[in-house]
Design a protein around this ligand. Sequence first.
Ligand SMILES: [Zn+2]
Ligand SMILES: [Zn+2]
Ligand SMILES: [Zn+2]
Ligand SMILES: [Zn+2]
Ligand SMILES: [Zn+2]
Length: 240
Amino acid sequence: MKLDREIFHPSHPKHKLKLEYTETPFFCDGCKEAGIGLKYKCDACEFDLHKACALAPPTITHSFYNKCDFGFYYKTPGSAMRICNACRKDVLGFVYHCTRCGFDLHPCCANLPQTLNDGEHNLYLCLKLSSSCHRCGGKGLGWSYRSDCKNYNLHVACVKELLVESWQAIYLNVDKNKLREIQTRIPSLRGTLENHHRKRGGKVRKCCEIAGGAVCVIVSAILGDPTAIIAAVVGGFISK
Ligand SMILES: [Zn+2]
Ligand SMILES: [Zn+2]
Ligand SMILES: [Zn+2]
Ligand SMILES: [Zn+2]
Ligand SMILES: [Zn+2]
């Protein structure tokens, strides 16, 4: 898809938004979630939108919910607090909502790729986990990514939780040192994965080697830009 360098967005009618690429996490003023990579930015204000939020089509369908028609809203209709069916986080802004079943999806969650590749293995987006998640140890609710070897499972929610903590640290204290929190927290996830595999012995050893790369691509996708370049950036954090 060819991207416009400048757009007008009805949620920010005063100024044009410009396409920009950033390796520093940002706060999306549309869905109120963190982002990285491509964004639409207002030069005059502190206003950023994920690519997926800025260019959200008015209606979408999703292969996980084939009876649903999702409409795009700036806020979920109704007053009740809503939770995203994919990542289990609160819906605080832009959302896709199915009025028939009440399902909600953040625009970036709705755009999560069905398949990611960390260079060696495919990771498949699943509606439900059949084995436990490497981070929380449960099967839980919400979507997840599963490796093709089936030994590696991670909830979208669990990756996001980790990122949100890091993001809040950065956002609340505008301090470049806080960026290092990402660098320390993401490897801590990798540590979890390695320990998990070590306990189970030799057979899954190969998978623990792919875990770092797998986390990279999942992180990039969740932040709204599943590109290899971002994966490489996050990968730089992980491999240290
Ligand atoms: Zn957004
Ligand atoms: Zn502006
Ligand atoms: Zn529905
Ligand atoms: Zn979500
Ligand atoms: Zn989990």
